[in-house]
Design a protein around this ligand. Structure first.
Ligand code: NAD
Length: 290
């Protein structure tokens, strides 16, 4: 396929590289000065979009996605498909889907889980929203960049799944960190805590695959001085999206709200910025009960 790729950052660059490795022709654009083996870099988003079968965007947020969509939708060939893999608010995804449809284009919102490691290894999970036809066009590309793609429903359903997933992740990470900090103060050995919880009803991905305690469980950012990984500010971005969606949908999400407030304090008033989101553990360890 002839693919345009817009947003070649930490995630976009390895995803585009995997498409090149699989034999696709990839034309890329980023506002930063990027060079990527095998990707033809062009001077504008329109140039990356014009004449492509599929255009993939991997951008920081909904406002930037909307601005880029304004530029590329008129430039794309009728019948082509726009696939947005960024994590953005549901409203932005639906609004871009509508614009794309009016222009005779297919659209899939397809945010990902798996981080930069998954992007490099081609093992991302895609959660997709859009028509069956658009999903079918994108699926072979998801198969290259990832290990699983779930078609969740109409436009916006991919973003809805992503923010619900990450709201659970933020909540379980906080729960796991505060339980470790409590266990420490109760004199419980961390390895024993991991051995019990990882095979008991308190287990979760946060404990089992991404353990926030250094030296315990599989290798994780905790073993690398909490260098991200998945940065606390990105978790805050996703939690804010979940609360924005909850507000619009009139959904009661008290733990999502509490997790958002905690990450907000951690990133904006404490030392969380630039650290992995699992660095909540040393944060709790320093504190007593207020
Ligand atoms: P990043 O900041 O590394 O990459 C974004 C890229 O977009 C940058 O290279 C930036 O220069 C480029 N950009 C910004 N404005 C642009 C414009 N107008 N036109 C073209 N390019 C533009 O971010 P990332 O970590 O690659 O994340 C991208 C998206 O993926 C975000 O929505 C993020 O929430 C989501 N995500 C990230 C991770 C992760 O672990 N990093 C995991 C899952 C999802």
């Amino acid at each position: 396929m002839n693919i345009g790729f817009i947003g070649l950052g930490n995630m976009g660059a390895p995803m585009a590289a995997n498409l090149v490795k699989a034999g696709h022709h990839v034309t890329g654009f980023d506002t930063a000065n990027v060079k990527l083996d095998g990707v033809e870099i062009v001077a504008s988003a329109q140039d990356a979009a014009k004449g492509r079968d599929v255009v993939i965007t991997m951008l920081p947020n909904g406002a930037i996605l909307r601005a880029v969509a304004e530029q590329i939708i008129p430039a794309m060939d009728k019948g082509a498909t726009l696939v947005d893999c960024s994590t953005v608010d549901v409203q932005s995804a639906r609004s871009v889907a509508e614009q794309a449809s009016k222009a005779g284009l297919g659209f899939v919102d397809a945010p990902v889980s798996g981080g930069t490691v998954g992007a490099e290894a081609g093992t991302l999970t895609f959660m997709a929203g859009g028509s069956d036809t658009a999903f079918k066009v994108a699926q072979p590309l998801f198969d290259i960049m990832g290990q699983k793609a779930v078609h969740c429903g109409d436009a916006g359903a991919g973003q809805a799944a992503k923010i619900c997933n990450n709201m659970i992740l933020g909540i379980t990470m906080i729960g796991t960190c505060e339980a470790f900090a409590l266990a420490d103060k109760l004199g419980l050995d961390r390895q024993k805590m991991f051995d019990v919880v990882s095979t008991s009803s308190g287990s979760s991905w946060s404990m089992n695959a991404y353990c926030p305690a250094p030296g315990v469980g599989p290798k994780s950012p905790a073993d690398n001085d909490y260098k991200p990984g998945f940065a606390a500010e990105l978790m805050l971005k996703d939690l804010r999206l979940s609360q924005q969606a909850a507000e619009t949908a009139d959904a009661d999400t008290p733990l999502g709200q509490a997790a958002t407030a905690l990450y907000e304090t951690f990133v904006e008033a404490e030392d969380g910025k630039g650290r992995d989101f699992s660095a909540m553990l040393p944060r709790f360890e320093k504190r007593g009960r207020d």
